[in-house]
Design a protein around this ligand. Structure first.
Ligand code: C2E
Ligand code: MG
Ligand code: MG
Ligand code: MG
Length: 279
């Protein structure tokens, strides 16, 4: 070890070990939390998705939250990738699906519920069957479930994933392409893959007001999506100016802090009750 010499190396090595230790500790904690049959460290927040013109809520996205007893809230940015690399996302993802479907089935208004699906969950061929079983158990109408997948499904095992999405859609479930524009999806994929919705990433939205080129790009993407029969949800709407630009460009739905932050289930239940009252 001594012969490795430099001080900088030793510091690096110590930091690496500390990092690995932290990584392993967090994974261990996650494993422990998923092993708990009641999934008591997990909860779902729900964020409204609104129709652009009327601002009426048409659905909600379920967003997973993990509260570790000592560490407190761990951000999805930290634990989702860990759940994926360890395979824990599979049991966790089924819990999310069932929880979100059960919640949505209890709303007095027929809002859709969007659930994020990891590519790992698509490795198992029984996914469509299990989704159907969850819908049957919870009593949620299939058309009210929207599965959000990211562009990574377009890269490996592309054919298989496309078939699986077809099977899911044949069962009445909708599929959304999430975070469009951040990854590898080319326009070719849009043409070939069976999606109902496309979610335009926040990255495009953030520059809408300041950058004319961004507006042109978004306008072109919207017209292309519409020509392909896809509806668009814009993500990360934070200002009224952004909302107005997207309304003028014909974007049908939006999600973002301007319209509502992710909120705990009991709050979204209240919103659903209010929405029913004004109907
Ligand atoms: P996502 O699916 O793209 O979800 C949208 C993210 O944008 C959420 O972050 C949401 O809180 C955030 N967001 C919404 N409106 C705004 C806004 O106006 N401004 C800004 N700056 N951000 C906004 P969150 O909850 O931290 O989740 C991050 C990611 O974690 C999600 O991105 C999704 O990829 C993943 N994730 C969350 N829950 C699950 C899950 O149950 N399963 C899987 N596989 N992934 C999940
Ligand atoms: Mg999503
Ligand atoms: Mg997204
Ligand atoms: Mg995103």
């Amino acid at each position: 070890l001594k012969s490795r010499g430099s001080n900088a190396w030793q510091v690096f090595e110590q930091e690496m070990l500390a990092y690995q230790g932290e990584h392993q500790a967090l994974e261990q904690a996650l494993r422990h939390a998923v092993a708990d049959e009641s999934f008591s460290q997990f909860s779902l927040d729900y964020q409204p998705i609104c129709e652009t013109r009327s601002l009426r809520v048409i659905g909600c996205e379920a967003l997973l939250r993990w509260r570790h007893p000592e560490r407190g809230l761990v951000s999805p940015g930290e634990f989702i990738s860990l759940a994926e690399s360890s395979g824990l996302i599979v049991p966790l993802g089924y819990w999310v699906l069932e929880e979100a479907c059960r919640r949505a089935a209890g709303w007095p208004v027929p809002w859709r519920v969007h659930v994020n699906l990891s590519v790992c969950q698509m490795q198992n061929d029984d996914l469509p069957e299990r989704v159907a079983a969850i819908l049957a158990r919870t009593g949620l109408a299939p058309w009210r479930l929207v599965l959000e997948v990211t562009e990574s499904i377009l890269i490996v095992h592309y054919e298989r994933h496309a078939r699986m999405l077809d099977t899911l859609r044949a069962g009445g479930v909708s599929v959304a392409l999430d975070d469009f524009g951040t990854g590898y999806s080319s326009l070719t994929h849009l043409r070939k893959l069976p999606f109902d919705w496309l979610k335009l990433d926040i990255m495009f939205i953030a520059e809408l007001e300041s950058d004319g080129n961004s507006r042109e790009v978004v306008a072109a993407l919207l017209s292309m999506c519409h020509a392909l029969g896809l509806s668009v949800v814009a993500e990360g709407i934070e200002t009224e100016a952004q909302r107005r630009i997207l309304e003028n460009q014909g974007c049908e739905a939006m999600q973002g802090y301007l319209l509502g932050r992710p909120m705990p289930a009991h709050k979204i239940d209240l919103l659903a009750a209010e929405a029913q009252a004004v109907q």
